[in-house]
Write a protein that binds this ligand. Structure first.
Ligand code: ADP
Ligand code: MG
Length: 241
């Protein structure tokens, strides 16, 4: 197995005359937690959308776990999308559904090899919302709604979690708690995480910081200071979560 969970090569995306991703190249190690930073409009969301195949690239390639995502079509592409968890700044919960049903929603139409309700309960428990399964989004605080959204992102057992400014709508204390939760989930489940943020106190706690400007990668800093990364994959295998 190669160390790179995600490999991006010469990735380009244009919106009319704007180049939102400009020949981006990047390798991300399995089980690592990378902050994607840069000012508004620098291409953070575009990178995450391209990696999650929410948008299609104009050029270059994205490879996830040895599968070239940019070459996938139709059925294979929708299968790939289901293996990636996505967390948004504004939670995007369905307002008429309970917390539990929101968590189940992504896998509802599909045959999966697990009990959907049981797993959704377990995930709500893992994000600190045991007992709130029947609450509607409007009955939950912003931080709690983001916890539901994180549980929902995990229902398909993603190896890759993409979080686009997940703390951007929260105050600093709630934002810190959400980051703590994501770091803990990464450690327990061995996921690879890409988190877009323009908040320095959030980025500083990640393993690695990449900075974008005008769709280009202008800085790439290892924040682990030479410490060997913890064996998150080995632990996740033991826990089988
Ligand atoms: P960030 O997330 O860093 O704020 P984005 O990836 O959202 O940056 O945007 C990068 C650039 O692409 C910006 O100039 C933005 O206006 C443009 N852009 C993003 N999405 C679209 C779109 N759907 N249509 C037109 N322009 C877009
Ligand atoms: Mg954005």
């Amino acid at each position: 197995m190669s160390g790179a969970a995600l490999s991006v090569d010469g990735l380009t995306k244009r919106f009319q005359d704007i180049v939102a991703a400009d020949e981006l190249s990047l390798e991300v190690a399995a089980g690592s937690f990378t902050a994607v930073t840069g000012p508004s409009g620098s291409g953070k969301s575009t990178l995450l959308h391209l990696v999650g195949a929410i948008e299609s690239a104009d050029g270059g390639s994205i490879t996830v776990d040895s599968v070239e995502v940019t070459a996938l079509r139709r059925k294979k592409l929708s299968e790939y999308r289901r293996t990636v968890g996505f967390v948004f700044q504004r939670y995007h919960l369905l307002p008429a559904l309970t917390a539990l049903d929101n968590v189940i929603a992504p896998v509802l139409p599909f045959k999966v090899g697990f009990d959907k309700r049981a797993r959704a309960r377990e995930l709500l428990d893992a994000v600190g919302l045991a007992g709130r399964e029947r609450a509607l989004p409007a009955q939950l605080s912003g931080g709690q709604q983001q916890r539901v959204a994180i549980a929902r992102a995990l229902i398909g057992r993603p190896k890759l979690l993409l979080a686009d400014e997940p703390t951007g709508n929260l105050d600093s204390a709630n934002g810190t708690q959400i980051l703590d939760l994501l770091l803990e989930l990464r450690d327990e489940r061995g996921m690879t995480v890409l988190l877009a943020t323009h908040e320095q106190h959030i980025a500083a706690r990640c393993d690695r910081l990449i900075r974008l400007a005008d769709g280009r990668l202008i800085e790439d800093i290892d924040l682990t200071e030479g410490e060997p990364p913890e064996s998150t994959l080995a632990r996740a295998t033991q826990l089988r979560l």
